[in-house]
Design a protein around this ligand. Structure first.
Ligand code: FAD
Ligand code: UDP
Length: 393
């Protein structure tokens, strides 16, 4: 950030609020594709938003805001991010500790065999394979409603032992009180694929997410100011148009009430062993106060003889005190959001709202990038072709 004096009377074509994946993608396109001068601000002391990673005292790269595994079906998003990073071919595997037994998640035929006696497991697997083609993904709330009694009972078992307590800890709501897509993210798999994601592209950036985002933002037409809240920008800094990627309710001064978010507390522990867990993520779908434990060394296949493990403790978000990690996907909160979204439309095209917090949507990284690319296409490329006289690609 230039000094107070350099900064005086600085004018930018665009202000991008938030240096997370959404803001970085939009800013990169503005600078590299439309030759625009862009100021990117973030109130945190770093770029990359929630995908920020940095080494700890042992040298291990730590995902500071929870485990981030990139996965996508979108060739466009994959090709776009490949401009800024190479990838470590990490494949995410998760196990849950259920009744003192580690079982693969998403819950699948292998999980059944770990938890039930041989005959019962064989019967359940055969019934599942009779009712569903192999490879089918069945959300637990659908399995619960199944007309076959044995499958509905299996649904009840999975609901009680995998989803109920984890979901109540994570969201403060029971599974059926949330949008069905939430628990549908981790459906029961009628098969034996133990991977958490089946997308054709998955991995972790070879040098980390922060390095990837730094490369996105390193264009000479982009100025980045961290530890800078939008509201703290002086009147000497001006811009023509703005992209806001923060919480939409906060932007409008909570005019229609505060939207609920869930936050997290992270507890890091360094252990004097090379590996502490069989897989990067172990879930605890029981009454313990934390939801999952993450061992970061798995993400880059680092073997340092020491390891760092992080437990996640979910909590309600307190504006101004905690980070709003997750929009809460209930019908009520989506309705409250819609009032903000309608209001926001009045500010287009001068101020655009893009990203997980501005759209109040449970976006994965690829969706955040995808939406930012599309918003850029719609509002800048299609909306203002005169900007593109000096396109650089
Ligand atoms: P953010 O990263 O939240 O960026 C918004 C930025 O705006 C923030 O840095 C914030 O400081 C800044 N900001 C807000 N208001 C202001 C203001 N007034 N002034 C200045 N700056 C401001 N996705 C996956 O695909 N795979 C995963 O494994 C995965 N794991 C996740 C685990 C956790 C615990 C969480 C919370 C999310 C996970 N995600 C995952 C989702 C992923 O983090 C998001 O899709 C992505 O980071 C969204 O990027 P964004 O830029 O929209 O938002
Ligand atoms: N979930 C659960 N038990 C698990 C894993 C997931 O109940 O062991 C539910 C929970 O409601 C969670 C949702 O499924 O919030 C989505 O899980 P995912 O792993 O996608 O969560 P994220 O990584 O986005 O926090």
């Amino acid at each position: 950030m230039p000094s107070e004096d350099d900064e005086s009377a600085m004018h930018y074509d665009w202000l991008v609020v938030g240096a997370g994946l959404s803001g970085a993608t939009f800013a990169e396109r503005l600078a590299a594709d439309a030759n625009q001068r862009v100021l990117v601000v973030d109130r945190r002391p770093h770029v990359a938003g929630n995908v920020f990673d940095s080494p700890d005292h042992t040298g291990l790269l730590i995902h500071r805001y929870g485990p981030h595994i990139f996965h996508t079906r979108s060739e466009q998003v994959w090709a776009y991010l490949n401009r800024f990073t190479k990838w470590h071919p990490y494949v995410h595997r998760v196990q849950a500790e259920i009744n003192n037994t580690m079982v693969p998640l998403p819950f699948n035929l292998n999980s059944i065999e770990r938890l039930f006696d041989t005959n019962e497991a064989a019967r359940l697997c055969a019934t599942l394979l009779r009712e569903f083609p192999e490879g089918t993904k069945v959300p637990v709330l659908r399995l619960l409603e199944h007309s076959d009694r044995a499958l509905a009972d299996l649904g009840e078992f999975v609901y009680q032992n995998v989803f109920l307590h984890y979901t109540v800890k994570q969201w403060g709501y029971r599974p059926e009180e949330l949008d069905r897509s939430v628990t549908g993210r981790v459906p029961v798999l009628v098969g034996r694929d133990n991977r958490y994601f089946q997308d054709p592209h998955q991995g972790t950036p070879l040098h980390g997410y922060t390095a990837m985002v730094q490369r996105m933002l390193e264009h000479p037409s982009i100025t980045v100011a961290t530890e800078t809240d939008q509201s703290a920008l002086g009147s000497n800094v001006t811009w023509d148009r703005c992209v806001f990627t923060g919480p939409i309710d906060e932007y409008f001064g909570m005019e229609y009430g505060a939207l609920p978010y869930r936050s997290l507390r992270f507890e890091h522990r360094t252990l004097q062993v090379d590996r502490a867990q069989p897989v990067a993520q172990v879930n605890y779908p029981d009454q313990r106060p934390y939801t999952r434990s993450v061992e970061h060394a798995h993400f880059s296949d680092a073997h340092l003889g020491v390891t760092t493990v992080t437990r996640e403790f979910p909590m309600a978000h307190i504006p101004g005190e905690t980070e709003p990690y997750y929009p809460v996907p209930t019908e009520e909160s989506h309705q409250a959001y819609r009032r903000y979204a309608e209001h926001a439309q009045k500010f287009a095209p001068d101020t655009l709202f893009v990203g997980r917090l501005a759209h109040y949507r449970y976006y994965d990284m690829d969706q955040a990038v995808n939406h930012a690319l599309h918003a850029y296409q719609r509002h800048v490329r299609d909306g203002a072709p005169q900007l593109l006289s000096t396109v650089t690609g």
